[in-house]
Design a protein around this ligand. Structure first.
Ligand code: MF3
Ligand code: CO
Length: 249
C-alpha cells in the first residue's frame, strides 16, 4: 500500500482542482430545492463543473452514468440521478462531486437539509460534518493515518450513530481512488505515517440507525438496511508540515 507523495507542482494543480470543486458545491447549495428532480441537480452540477474548466470525474467511472451522486435520506452514497426522483421538503440530500483539473482530481460531498427536518436529523447532519473537522485535527505529518479514523469515530460515538464500515475515504491525486483507504471507524492500530504531500479524501458516512448498509438493484445506490437516514461530508485534504490544508473548501 504505497501512498503517493505529491510534488509541489502537483499540489498546485490539486489546490486549483479543489478550489473549482468548492465553487461547484457552493453553487449547488443554492440550487438544490424541493420540487427538483435529481437529474436536474446532476445537469446543473455537470454544467458548473465544465464551466469551471474541469471534467466530471464520476461520469463513466466504472460505468457510473452521471456527474453528481445524489443520495436522499436512507440513501447513503452513490445515488443515481433520475428524472422521476424528486427532492421533497423534509429530505436530506447528499451531493457528492468530483472534478479533474489538468489531470488532478478533487472529491467532496455535502449533505443539504431541505426545509425543516426533525431535530435528530439536523443533529446527525451537523455531527457528520463536524466529525470531519475533528478528524483532520489529527491530519498532521508525524501522526498516523488511523489517528484520523479514531478521532472521527470518537467524536461520533457519544451520539450512538452507526458509522458506515463498508466504504471509506481514500488517497486521491491523478486517480480518484489511491492508497490508502481511510476508515471512519475505530482501528486498533495507528496505520501508516502521515507525510507532507499526501492528499486524502476524508469522508465520514454516518447513519441515524445502525452502521449496516446494502446496495440497491441498480448496483450503485448504497442504502441503510434499517431505512434510517444517513449523512455524508467529504473534502480533499493536503498533509503539510503544519496544519492540514482543506483543498475543496
Ligand atoms: N466520491 C465517491 C468516492 O469517494 C465516488 C463516487 S462513485 C462514482 O468514492 F462512481 F460516482 F464515481
Ligand atoms: Co471520495
Amino acid at each position: 500500500m504505497h501512498i503517493i507523495i505529491k510534488e509541489p507542482h502537483e499540489i498546485e494543480l490539486m489546490r486549483e482542482a479543489g478550489k473549482r470543486l468548492a465553487h461547484v458545491h457552493n453553487e449547488l447549495a443554492q440550487i438544490v430545492k424541493a420540487g427538483m428532480c435529481t437529474k436536474e441537480i446532476d445537469e446543473a452540477g455537470e454544467r458548473l463543473i465544465r464551466q469551471a474548466g474541469c471534467e466530471p470525474s464520476f461520469l463513466g467511472y466504472e460505468g457510473y452514468p452521471a456527474s453528481i451522486c445524489v443520495s436522499i435520506n436512507e440513501e447513503v452514497v452513490h445515488g443515481i440521478p433520475s428524472d422521476d426522483r424528486y427532492v421533497e421538503e423534509g429530505d436530506i440530500v447528499s451531493l457528492d462531486a468530483g472534478v479533474i483539473w489538468k489531470g488532478y482530481q478533487s472529491d467532496a460531498a455535502r449533505t443539504h437539509i431541505i426545509g425543516s427536518v426533525p431535530d435528530e436529523v439536523k443533529k446527525l447532519v451537523e455531527v457528520t460534518e463536524q466529525s470531519f473537522f475533528e478528524g483532520i485535527k489529527k491530519a498532521v505529518a508525524g501522526n498516523h493515518l488511523y489517528d484520523i479514523s479514531n478521532a472521527i469515530a470518537a467524536y461520533i460515538k457519544p451520539y450512538g450513530y452507526g458509522i458506515v464500515r463498508q466504504l471509506t475515504g481514500h488517497g486521491i491525486g491523478k486517480d480518484m481512488h489511491e492508497a490508502p483507504e481511510i476508515p471512519n471507524f475505530r482501528k486498533l492500530s495507528r496505520g501508516p505515517l502521515l507525510k507532507p504531500g499526501m492528499t486524502l479524501a476524508i469522508e465520514p458516512m454516518v447513519n441515524l440507525g445502525t452502521w449496516k448498509v446494502g446496495i440497491l438493484e441498480d448496483d450503485w445506490t448504497i442504502v441503510t438496511l434499517d431505512q434510517e437516514v444517513s449523512a455524508h461530508y467529504e473534502n480533499t485534504v493536503l498533509i503539510t508540515d503544519g496544519e492540514p490544508e482543506i483543498l475543496s473548501l
